[in-house]
Design a protein around this ligand. Structure first.
Ligand code: SF4
Length: 115
């Protein structure tokens, strides 16, 4: 007799933690950066992605050739919003891995600037 309880086979508890913060890029941020991350996400949800301009809706994006902080690790490819290739979660357009913008959120361990 097979009296396997179907509930034992159900591996969904119904309370799946939505919180993958510790595994994702956000897990490497300090508390201030985590809050900043949440706020940028909310802003983009409400108003759409930032453009690359230095205006009110812009991220003041600086392409790689104008980024003076490449050696210090302040680059898009270290930013939690970089999605690989040439994309960003919150800034429109082509995003170079060695570029930077004013919205950067980079884990402290990837920045080598002393102060
Ligand atoms: S620094 Fe971050 S937020 Fe800014 S364009 Fe690069 S990947 Fe996007």
């Amino acid at each position: 007799m097979d009296d396997e309880d179907p509930e034992d086979m159900d591996d969904s508890s119904g309370e799946e933690p939505e919180d993958d913060e510790e595994d994702g890029p956000k897990g490497k941020l300090n508390d201030r950066q985590k809050m900043l991350y949440d706020h940028y996400e909310m802003i983009v949800e409400e108003f759409g992605m930032f453009d690359q301009s230095a205006k009110g809706n812009g991220a003041h994006y600086a392409p790689a050739k104008l980024n003076p902080f490449v050696k210090e690790g302040m680059v898009c490819s270290n930013c939690v919003f970089f999605v690989g290739g040439q994309g960003c979660e919150i800034v429109k357009g082509i995003i170079e891995p060695n570029a930077i913008c004013k919205l950067w959120i980079i884990p402290e361990n990837l920045i080598t600037i002393k102060k």
